[in-house]
Design a protein around this ligand. Structure first.
Ligand SMILES: [Zn+2]
Length: 488
């Protein structure tokens, strides 16, 4: 378990601060008032890098990620005070959990996405987590610690927060005792829970969701907690859910008018997509077929979408195409439906068909990263690297910090036999992921590639100098940090 690995490395760090892991940012002086927002951001960022690179449960599905970020930013837009930029991500994990890391990184388990019975319910959990971040609860929770240890404790705390089951934690007997101690310290206090509930409820209300979703969902979580002792508590462990808390919430909601808020189509499609990928494809097909046949669904479009996805997974392409056609006849529109249509073409080795779907879809949905990636993939599969390259160049003008698009560009250059440009595009992809060492390696390879003109070589040399400087700066900061700590 990489989280375990992370936990282990942080544990080592706690034991021997002098052996400070290279990857961890220099946290500098901890001020009187605890951690500065900049420090919180750096801690969150470094853990986020680690999760992206090493956590196999990290869900790399641009459609699902885009959806939770859209929902999350709708809530974040209601915040009136200063706050960090938020980033929402999804972990493929059946347990019901969501957690906030310092600096505005919020993780949601697929289990929680599937357990939410309405978009308002899902929004209520996000709103609560957002409020833990804006109130700096994690940092304040550990605020009583000695100042020098605070950053490390906070990192460790986040690792424990993100650890996905008790079994994981117990696995390393070495760390179990320590982890349990940290766990005690970081269970949000009742006051913090109440504050996150109160502020979360306000965000929910201002964003136009049904505030009753919050109490309903938390009540269900509590019930799950009683029935499935090992499944539910991830969330309950870190957000102690008391009857008193639920009663508080209900009191607050009582006065507010009842508001029927319809779920967005994307919420329903995202859930159908996750459900279609879960368990065996045969079970998923049966589930969705029953829904469609017996009209047991909130949305026929989502049920047919899920059925098509499940059938595609089982390589029943004819059936999947039939569902897609039925879906089209319903007259609903979503980038996810275009994504499904293109995926179906690609799965049937028809990249040209995928391109003919994706080209107009991108005009209609120019912001959708999933469609943009699929478009380049389809062009490459079609044997059109020149067009693929053109697509990445155009796209990167609008989304210059998209590391995945830089990787696709590297593949396009590779297909064209341009080695210097291939390695320098891959270097940008790594640099954007915060991986300076492999980025520098790629630029070294670019220098030795044996192709490229004078200008391309100069650009590689300049970029290499820049990244080496940045790397040296980071090493120096880490070293200074170590010295500062040992002087104390
Ligand atoms: Zn909480």
């Amino acid at each position: 378990m990489p989280i375990k690995r992370l936990l282990f490395s942080l544990w080592m760090l706690l034991l021997a601060p002098a052996l400070m892991a290279e990857g961890l940012p220099d946290l500098g002086e901890v001020s009187q008032g605890g951690l500065s927002p900049q420090m919180e951001k750096r801690i969150g960022e470094s853990i986020m890098h680690d999760i992206r690179l090493h956590e196999p449960a990290y869900l790399e599905d641009p459609e699902v990620t885009a959806y939770v970020n859209r929902l999350g930013s709708h809530l974040v837009a209601q915040i009136t005070e200063a706050h960090p930029d938020f980033e929402f991500f999804v972990l493929k994990d059946a347990t019901l959990n969501a957690f906030a890391m310092p600096g505005g990184y919020i993780g949601v388990h697929t289990g929680l996405l599937l357990a939410a019975q309405s978009e308002s319910e899902l929004a209520s959990v996000l709103a609560h987590e957002i409020s833990h971040v804006t109130q700096h609860h994690l940092a304040r929770q550990l605020g009583a610690q000695s100042q020098a240890q605070l950053p490390m404790l906070l990192s460790l705390a986040v690792a424990v927060l993100a650890a996905r089951s008790n079994a994981d934690l117990a696995a390393g007997a070495l760390m179990a005792g320590q982890a349990a101690g940290i766990q005690q310290q970081l269970n949000y206090s009742r006051d913090f829970e109440r504050e996150a509930d109160r502020l979360g409820l306000r965000l929910l209300q201002h964003a136009g969701f049904d505030t009753r979703g919050m109490a309903a969902f938390f009540e269900r979580l509590q019930k799950y907690g009683r029935i499935y002792e090992n499944n539910a508590p991830g969330y309950l462990r870190t957000h102690p859910l008391t009857t008193e808390r639920i009663a508080d919430m209900e009191n607050r909601i009582e006065g507010s008018p009842y508001r029927q808020v319809p779920d967005s189509l994307d919420f329903l499609l995202v859930r159908a997509k996750l459900r279609a990928a879960e368990g065996t494809s045969a079970d998923a097909i049966t589930d969705f077929s029953v829904q469609v046949a017996e009209h047991k669904f909130t949305s026929e479009a989502a049920a047919r979408y899920g059925l098509a996805r499940a059938q595609m997974r089982a390589e029943h392409f004819a059936g999947a195409e039939r569902e897609l056609a039925a879906l089209r006849r319903l007259g609903v529109h979503s980038a996810m439906i275009e994504g499904l249509a293109a995926d179906l073409r690609l799965a049937q080795k028809d990249p040209a068909g995928a391109v003919s779907i994706l080209t107009p879809a991108l005009v209609r949905y120019p912001q959708e990263r999933g469609l943009a990636y699929a478009h380049v993939e389809a062009l490459l599969a079609q044997g059109e690297p020149r067009l693929a390259l053109r697509a990445t160049v155009d796209d990167l003008q609008r989304f210059p910090s998209d590391s995945h698009m830089h990787s696709l560009q590297a593949r396009s250059y590779a297909a064209l036999g341009k080695r210097l440009l291939q390695h320098s595009a891959q270097a940008e992809a790594y640099a954007l992921q915060g991986q300076l060492v492999p980025a520098i390696e790629q630029l070294d390879l670019a220098q030795k590639a044996g192709d490229g003109d004078f200008y391309e070589h100069s650009a590689v040399d300049a970029r290499l100098r820049q990244l080496k400087q940045r790397r040296a700066q980071e090493m120096k900061e880490a070293k200074d940090g170590k010295q500062q700590k040992s002087e104390k």
